[in-house]
Design a protein around this ligand. Structure first.
Ligand code: ARG
Length: 415
C-alpha cells in the first residue's frame, strides 16, 4: 500500500465530519485533507462552508450545487421507476449517495488524492452505498471510514476532541436525532423513536406541518407529466427541481408525506425510520395514477414488479451496476406514453386523486360504459370464458372420475 498524502473527505460541516479533518491528517502522517460538500437541496446555507472547512484544517473544500443533477440523473429515474423501498420509503438518502460518491471521486482526481473518506457509521446503509459506488467508479482509490475505527465514541468525546484542536463545531444543542435531508425528503432517526411503540415527537419533523395544525379545508392542484417527468403545476411549466420544491412547500404545509416505518437494512438489522416526503409522495401518487390509464395491463403489472427490484437496487447501494442500467432502460421505455395530467385534492395530512387525463389514455368510455353508447361486444365474452375456464373444467372431470374431492377445503394439518 503506497503512502497516502492527500485525502478527499465528504464534509457537511457537522460534528462528525468536522472532527474527521484533523483526525485524518493526524492518522495519516500529516496528509493534506480536502473537503467536498454537495448541495442536494438539504436547505442549509452553504455559503460559509468552504471557509469553515479551511479553518478546520482542510487545504481546500469544493462546494457544488448538485440539485439539478440529482433530480435529472437520480430522482427522475426513480420517479419513472416508481421506486419506493418496502412500499413506503421514497429513497431520498439512497439516491443521493451515488451522486456524492461520484463527486468525491471527481474531487480526488482534481487534487490528485489517493484516498477518499466518509462520515458514515458502521451499522448503516450509507457506508455500503458510498463504498460500493466508489469501488465501481475508482477501484484504485483507498476508502477510509473514520467512524468505524476512531475512538471518539460519543458526542461528548467528539466535542472535546474538537475543542482541544480549536476547530469550529456546530453550536447547536445536542440534537437527539440523526437527520439526513435533501430535495426528495428527510430521514429522522434515533432518540425516543428507537422504541417502536413511541410516537415520533413533535420536534422531530422539519419538512411537514403537524396535520392537526394544518390549514382547514382543502386545495386542488393539477400536476402535469411528460413521458413520466413532472413538468407543471396548475399549467405553470417549471423545471422538475422547482416543481419538487414547490410541492414540498404546499404539501408540507398540509402535513402530507409523513412516513413512520420499520425497515430492513442491508447490513441485516431492522430500524425505525421516520421520513418526510411531501413532494415525493404527491409525485409518486400522481405518476402511478397516470400510468394506470396510459399503460396496458400487462406492462403496468410487469413494471410494478420491476419497481420493487429497482428500489432494492437503489437501497442496496448498487447504483453503478449493469443491473441498474438494464432495468432503467426497460423502465424508461415504459414511460413513452406517460404524459398527461392528474388532479389532486390536498387537505390536512391527506392527498387524494380526483381526476386524470391523457392524450394516450387507454380508457375507452365506449367500452366501459353501462349507459347509452356501449361499444363492448357482449357476445364475445361467452367464448372467452369457455376457453379461459377450460383447464378447470378438465381438472374437475378428471377428479370426479378418479373419485377425488373436487377441491380441498383446507390444508391437511401436520401432526
Ligand atoms: N434508512 C434510510 C436509508 O438507509 C435513511 C438513512 C438516513 N441517514 C441518516 N444519517 N439519518 O436510506
Amino acid at each position: 500500500m503506497s503512502e497516502i498524502k492527500k485525502i478527499v473527505t465528504a464534509y457537511s460541516g457537522g460534528l462528525d465530519t468536522s472532527c474527521m479533518i484533523p483526525w485524518l491528517s493526524e492518522a495519516y502522517g500529516g496528509a493534506e485533507i480536502y473537503g467536498f460538500t454537495g448541495d442536494l437541496g438539504q436547505g442549509e446555507d452553504l455559503s460559509g462552508i468552504r471557509e469553515k472547512a479551511i479553518r478546520t484544517g482542510a487545504v481546500d473544500c469544493v462546494v457544488e450545487d448538485l440539485q439539478d443533477e440529482f433530480v435529472e440523473d437520480y430522482i427522475l429515474p426513480a420517479v419513472h421507476a416508481s421506486a419506493v423501498y418496502e412500499g413506503m420509503y421514497p429513497l431520498h438518502t439512497a439516491l443521493g449517495r451515488p451522486l456524492l460518491a461520484k463527486k468525491l471521486v471527481e474531487t480526488a482526481r482534481k487534487f490528485g488524492a489517493t484516498a477518499v473518506a466518509h462520515g458514515c457509521t458502521g451499522k448503516g446503509n450509507d457506508q455500503v452505498r458510498f463504498e460500493v459506488a466508489i469501488r465501481a467508479l475508482a477501484p484504485d482509490l483507498e476508502i477510509i471510514a473514520p467512524l468505524r475505527t476512531w475512538d471518539l465514541l460519543t458526542r461528548e468525546m467528539e466535542v472535546e476532541y474538537a475543542l482541544e484542536r480549536k476547530i469550529p463545531i456546530p453550536i447547536t444543542k445536542a440534537k437527539p436525532y440523526s437527520i439526513d435531508q435533501n430535495l426528495w425528503g428527510c430521514a429522522i432517526e434515533c432518540g425516543e423513536m428507537e422504541d417502536l411503540w413511541t410516537e415520533p415527537p413533535a420536534d422531530a419533523w422539519r419538512m411537514t406541518k403537524d396535520p392537526s395544525h394544518a390549514p382547514r379545508g382543502s386545495i386542488e392542484m393539477v400536476l402535469g407529466f411528460e413521458q413520466g417527468t413532472p413538468v407543471s403545476i396548475d399549467g405553470r411549466t417549471m423545471s422538475p427541481t422547482a416543481l419538487i420544491k414547490e410541492l414540498n412547500q404546499v404539501a408540507g404545509g398540509f402535513g402530507v408525506g409523513r412516513i413512520d416505518m420499520v425497515e430492513n437494512r442491508v447490513v441485516g438489522l431492522k430500524s425505525r425510520e421516520v421520513y418526510e416526503a411531501p413532494g415525493a409522495s404527491l409525485i409518486h401518487m400522481a405518476h402511478t395514477e397516470l400510468e394506470r390509464i396510459c399503460l396496458d395491463r400487462a406492462t403496468f403489472n410487469y413494471k410494478n414488479k420491476m419497481s420493487q427490484d429497482f428500489a432494492n437496487v437503489i437501497y442496496d447501494g448498487v447504483w453503478f451496476s449493469p443491473l441498474r442500467e438494464a432495468m432503467q432502460a426497460f423502465l424508461e421505455e415504459t414511460q413513452r406514453t406517460v404524459t398527461g395530467e392528474v388532479r389532486i385534492r390536498v387537505s390536512a395530512g391527506l392527498a387524494r386523486i380526483t381526476g386524470r387525463r391523457s392524450p394516450y389514455s387507454l380508457y375507452d368510455m365506449g367500452l366501459a360504459t353501462y349507459s347509452e353508447g356501449d361499444t363492448f361486444d357482449r357476445t364475445t365474452a361467452e367464448g372467452f370464458m369457455a376457453l379461459y375456464g377450460l383447464p378447470y373444467k378438465t381438472i374437475a372431470e378428471v377428479r370426479r372420475k378418479a373419485g377425488q374431492p373436487l377441491f380441498v377445503k383446507r390444508r391437511p394439518q401436520s401432526s
